[in-house]
Design a protein around this ligand. Sequence first.
Ligand code: NAD
Length: 387
Amino acid sequence: MAKILAVLYPDPVGGYPPDYARDEIPAITGYPGGQTTPTPQTIDFTPGQLLGSVSGELGLRRFLEDRGDTYVVTSDKEAPDSTLDRELPDADVVISQPFWPAYLTAERIASAPRLKLAITAGIGSDHVDLPSAIAHGMTVAEVTFSNSISVSEHAVMQILTLVHNYMPAHDWVTAKKGWNIADSVSRAYDLEGMDVGVLGSGRIGQAVLRRLAPFDVRLHYSDVHRLPKEVEEELELTWHPDARSLASSVDVLSIHTPLHPQTQNLFDDDLIGAMKRGSYIVNTARALIVDRDAVVRALNSGQLAGYAGDVWYPQPPPPDHPWRTMPYEAMTPHVSGSTLSAQARYAAGTREILECWFDGRPIRPEYLIVDGGGLAGTGARSYTVTG
Ligand code: NAD
């Protein structure tokens, strides 16, 4: 029987379960383009429950224990001698979410001779050292599309939040008990008429473009895979051959590529400096795609008018992380892909992957990042392992 180790984020400080704001979530059965939502044989949770925290257990305990498997769930992953490090050496499967990633470094993978499967309950498997996973003969799988629309909605929200100067205006009426119209509007603009671009026009990037089209903006994108001509014409998109061409052409840039050697540290002083003065960057992809301190410098100098996103490095970030105190930000913790709506889909998808794995059935190719000794499925399309 197998040992499955799940590293999940801590329960709410107010206790588990929380008081839910709504009684149900909409039933979604398919994604744009025709991919179906996850199809496990059954689920042991009610969609809309908090599943991603330790007590939520991704709704997997009954399924795994009925099979006779051992299911260990912890949020303890960083301290020396963490539960993750103690439980890893005889684990067969590790599950974690990008919001509270179990960083499966080369050293950790080497410490786990039985480890054959790493599942990302969500999307984005950069917390796994992919070359080491390949060398170790592992499969790395994620629940592709499960939270793509969630993230696209969050990115559009953060674009509007920055451009309209929402956070400082909110602060004036709540924390500061004021009514400071001039202070609130002196950095507020409309999005209408601006040039807005996405880097990466995959599932999330394309959803962002579609959601922004009704705002009467000029849309731009760059991706190593150019979109079909019909899509470019329908959304009136301008394609750019590289990130520099895109970045220097837009007022607002939203980042939607995976983190891999070709995107790591892409937005450094040089590339941010090539943008128009007063540009905005929203990054819900991965923090290491931008140079942390270059962002702070650009906000302080006025080169960037605002920066928002939900991704940090490391996660959780230390209390003195400079993005907690930099000006003109609208940061959140890494939450966009972990709405209760998204959790229902990625918990079901995690179960679907486990059912396939235990039954010896193929995992859907779109869920695969690494398999068979190399990048596979979505991994082969969207990631690289060398620069
Ligand atoms: P996807 O695979 O559908 O799309 C990624 C796109 O990026 C692909 O079209 C790919 O061709 C493109 N790309 C890759 N490298 C590139 C490069 N060097 N230059 C230009 N384009 C490049 O993935 P997705 O579902 O859209 O997710 C994208 C990323 O968003 C994930 O890998 C993950 O890191 C992040 N994400 C974040 C959250 C969150 O909660 N904040 C949730 C889900 C995903």
